[in-house]
Design a protein around this ligand. Sequence first.
Ligand SMILES: [Zn+2]
Length: 447
Amino acid sequence: MLCDIRDALQYMRFGASEEELIELSEVLKAELIVVEILSFSDNVVDFAAKGKQKKRKCTKGYNCGGSCITRKKNCRKALKGEAKNAAEWLRMQLHGKGGTGASGEGKAKKANEAKAKKDNSSKGLMKSGEDFLENSERKAIDDYFEAQKTLDSRKNKINNVREQLYREYGAELVKSGGGETEGVKKTREKLDAKTKELDRLDDDLTSKRKKAEEAMENARQRVIKNRGISEKELNDYVNSLNIDKKVLNDNPKIREQIKEYVAMTGFKSKRMKGLDITSDRAHAEAHKNSGIVNTGRSQTEKAKKETLFHEMSHFYEAEKPEMRKAANEWRDRKAKDYSGGDLKKEKLSDLTGNKNYKDEEVAYRDSYVSPYVGKTYEGNLESGLAALKGKESHPAYNNTVKRLEESSQYTEVVSMGVERFANRESMLDLYEKDKKHFDLILGMLSR
Ligand SMILES: [Zn+2]
């Protein structure tokens, strides 16, 4: 009997980790009464008590008693008779009906996912983001990019042929078919057929783009579903905010959009108190406890929602230090890769050619989806401290310096990324232009 139960436990452990073994012994302790009926009690108590122990030679846990051919591999010996029944019963205890007890692969996947979930470094988040998309979604996106490549290369080829023919026969003659010599006729027919081919490829691209966007929307909805925040909770949150009438007039859908943001990010800001329009350029006062999102004046419906997601994400980053750290890490690593090692600040007005940026607005250069992603607020600390000179005895001094240090670590990485998750088209666009940024944000959202 001793041998049988231990064999059964071994059977349970195909691919099992040490944590799972401990979990198993916990189950065994809890189920002792049932175990007793099965008359395994002595051995099970013994095993449960020694849950964590393993034999000297075995690296996987408790060994089966047989001599190990290799210390690295799990015992694959199938069980018979009573031991098999015991193993089935144990598996039911651990994993329920149709459980994954016998599938080492399933367990390993779960363990990997759990491990990845804990890794909040920028690389860990990117990995989670990449893994979040399902194969069918990834395929739809790849198919779209493939169709785009095909169309582009055909377009180039056909344009070359067209130009060559125009040169040979004259553009007017080829287009109109006038004069209609045999050579011109053939040429015109050839071009017509090629134009039709382009139209067909264009249609194909449109339908594939639609599917790729659907895949993005699926992923977005899955993020929301996985969080499962109730409608009541979302309503309570939006009701707690002070939304100025000007904002509601400008964007009547804003309450629903705030709810969608919370449903997707799982983030209910403690600092954000209200929304207002005080200037044309949107911004968030995430460093203040009186936190206001200034929604600015965007023109289109799409831009209004994206701006809202952008500004709310400044609070997200401000209140989630681990995500802020990852965003800094990610931005700097990319900029360093781009420059070959140095981090050099450049004026955003120079990087973009837009003179509306103030001189103190600086960024690191990289192939980000927009130069604004590389913006750094580091300089705020120095200028802020200079402004506080002579006020060291003020009771709020220490807290102000602390907040200043925090705000100098703010980035535009999260905001510029999450705004793209306001709709399927912008998600696909970000994926296309900077997949690493997409992965990072999806990784954050899937946390
Ligand atoms: Zn911003």
